[in-house]
Design a binder for this molecule. Structure first.
Ligand SMILES: Nc1ncnc2c1ncn2[C@@H]1O[C@H](COP(=O)(O)OP(=O)(O)OP(=O)(O)O)[C@@H](O)[C@H]1O
Ligand SMILES: [Mg+2]
Length: 231
């Protein structure tokens, strides 16, 4: 693994398995003696996070633009911690980051494909001064598969143990998946779509983790400047 600390992000629709994959990568890196921290966004313990949770519970509905600004603010509030960790030699693995904001809020826009893409580009500019990840892995599954997994989830206090407004709607999850794929096209230099399906089922988590590791080593090779011939 590279000597420079890594900043890796896991993304995907609700219930696709991104937290599972983030935790597996953290364990892998730690087992290989690389100091690594896991961070989750949104940070529901902050004032901004509590505002976001009110929206997710459906108590407050804000426009995609206002929500995007709120999600960006939440990350800017967490940026100094990421910078500190990276500068002190820790790898940082993050569960949801810029791509979530791009995918979920652009999926809420009632507009053409081009208008949704313009929205993604606007969010990218809004979040451009955040620490930028070395690689973003989008865990890609069909919404019905992820939906099934969501029903099994319990105990998220910030939602009062209910599904959030986005999770409830399978049609919306399909649009979010499309927007993640649009994000991956726009950010193709460091966004990797990981197919996490095996036929009509979710692939075993270990198989998905091994695809993540292959994509990660590819990302690191691409990031390395090529050495001029003969040196
Ligand atoms: N590859 C897999 N195959 C089968 N089940 C899985 C797989 N990966 C994760 N799961 C299970 O699916 C559920 C959702 O996984 P997880 O919490 O990792 O998803 P998530 O994308 O982080 O969801 P959320 O968006 O709600 O945070 C969990 O019960 C988890 O154990
Ligand atoms: Mg999760």
């Amino acid at each position: 693994m590279a000597s420079k600390p890594l900043f890796i992000v896991f993304e995907g629709i609700d219930g696709c398995g991104k937290s599972t994959q983030a935790e597996l990568l953290v364990s892998f890196l730690q087992k290989n003696k690389h100091s690594t921290r896991l961070i989750h966004f949104p940070n529901y313990t902050s004032t901004t996070g509590r505002q976001i949770a009110r929206h997710l519970r459906g108590e407050k509905i804000a426009s995609p633009e206002r929500m995007a600004v709120l999600y960006a603010k939440d990350k800017y509030e967490g940026a100094s911690e990421i910078r500190k960790l990276l500068s002190t030699g820790f790898n940082v693995v993050v569960d949801r980051y810029t791509a979530s904001n791009c995918a979920y809020q652009s999926a809420r826009i009632k507009g053409t494909k081009a208008q949704k893409e313009a929205f993604i580009n606007w969010v990218l500019r809004l979040e451009a001064l955040l620490p930028q990840p070395d690689a973003t892995f989008i865990i890609d599954v069909n919404p019905p598969l992820a939906f099934q997994k969501n029903l099994e989830k319990r105990g998220r206090k910030y939602l009062k143990n209910k599904a959030d407004v986005y999770e409830k709607d399978i049609g919306f999850q399909k649009q979010v998946r499309d927007q993640y794929l649009a994000y991956a096209k726009i950010c193709k230099a460091n966004a990797f779509v990981i197919n996490a399906m095996a036929g009509k089922k979710m692939a075993p988590k270990e198989a998905v983790a091994s695809k993540v590791l292959s994509a990660l080593s590819k990302a690191l090779r691409l990031a390395k400047p090529t050495r001029p011939k003969g040196k």
